[in-house]
Design a protein around this ligand. Structure first.
Ligand code: SAM
Length: 325
């Protein structure tokens, strides 16, 4: 059945600032992915700021930097300061693997970073290495600890469970929320080009994850929809300091609530992670069109977002590090 979707109010922009990453997670960027974009093809900080600034006139007020790994892009804190200057931007976040976060955290915080999401798929050293390709768990955990004490508006841990690899760590992750004011979010794995044939049987539905948590900790209490900006369904264990979120990327249809668009490292603007449709904003900005013309094109794009839902235009093959997960 094809559902009809009205265009939602878009207030959230995810920006992939680079397609490069310092990890090689099995479900994302593999060691074979070596064709990175040349520097000239990546949006400059000035170009990103210009695009965000124009979009902010049409309602975008939340920006999240992702990648690739945003912290491998030199002086990313400069970009944060530039975006902070835009009056109607009320929240700047970053999704990072945390490898470089501990050493850069103070710069990021001082530049105005409000929230941080750290991807961490295992709390066990050997496993972490197996999933990510690198022996960096200690560094990532150091970043988690520092982020928790850094007074961000929110600290969220992102975990993808894969059957037979790390799905026995559900309760260990859930337990982290008992004493820490953090979100632990389980993201359902979805297939992309690099991994589809090898990993599709390892996918774990969040329904089972929730049931497992409830068997140990009792019924999870739902948390108001207004906490957080994304598709996560948030809960808390009774009496816990933090929250547990489920992002049911595979088993749920949440296009009707979607408030986000995505700017890829190569300068394409996408209405949806899964959409094959995009517009090349880099070209438009580099042609030096005047701001009013650019705004007109972007407004038209925003108006039509509802035509590009996962159901209507889903693509299964795409490079996550370009568009940013
Ligand atoms: N390097 C940063 C990081 O590790 O968080 C930002 C980029 S990464 C692509 C952003 C998020 O996308 C991560 O939380 C990652 O787990 C998620 N992701 C990547 N590939 C995915 C897939 N196939 N299915 C579900 N989530 C995925």
């Amino acid at each position: 059945m094809e559902r009809s979707i009205k265009s939602n109010r878009v207030n959230y922009l995810r920006v992939s600032v680079t397609d490069r990453c310092n990890l090689r997670c099995v479900y994302c960027q593999t060691f074979e992915d070596k064709d990175f974009l040349p520097r000239s093809e990546i949006l400059s900080y000035e170009e990103i700021t210009k695009i965000v600034s124009i979009l902010s006139l049409s309602g975008v007020s939340i920006v999240r930097f992702t990648g690739g790994e945003p912290l491998v892009r030199p002086q990313i804190e400069k970009l944060i300061s530039m975006i902070k200057e835009i009056r109607s931007i009320r929240s700047i976040g970053m999704t990072t693997n945390g490898v470089l976060l501990e050493e850069k955290l103070n710069y990021l915080k001082n530049s105005g970073l409000d929230t941080v999401n750290i991807s961490i798929d295992s709390l066990k050293r050997e496993r972490y290495k197996k999933i990510s390709g690198f022996d960096y768990l200690d560094r990532v955990w150091g970043s988690v600890v520092k982020a928790i004490s850094a007074d961000f508006k929110a600290v969220k841990l992102n975990t993808i469970l894969l059957k037979g690899i790390n799905d026995d760590e559900v309760l260990d992750f859930a337990e982290l929320t008992l004493d820490n004011n953090i979100y632990v979010r389980f993201i359902e794995y979805f297939p992309t080009v690099s991994d589809f044939y090898t990993l599709k049987y390892r996918y774990v539905p969040n329904k089972l994850v929730k049931e497992k948590i409830e068997r140990k900790f009792g019924k999870l209490l739902p948390v108001s929809e207004f906490v957080g900006n994304g598709p996560a369904k948030n809960y808390t264990i009774r009496g816990a300091a933090g929250y547990i979120g489920f992002i049911n990327s595979n088993t749920e249809f949440f296009c009707h609530n979607c408030n986000r668009i995505r700017l890829s490292a190569s300068g394409n603007l996408y209405p949806c992670l899964f959409s094959s449709f995009n517009i090349n904003v880099k070209e438009i900005v580099r042609k030096n069109e005047n701001e009013r013309e650019i705004k007109k094109l972007l407004d038209e794009f925003l108006l039509n977002k509802g035509n590009y839902t996962k159901e209507k235009t889903r693509r299964y093959k795409f490079i996550m590090s370009d568009i940013g997960g």
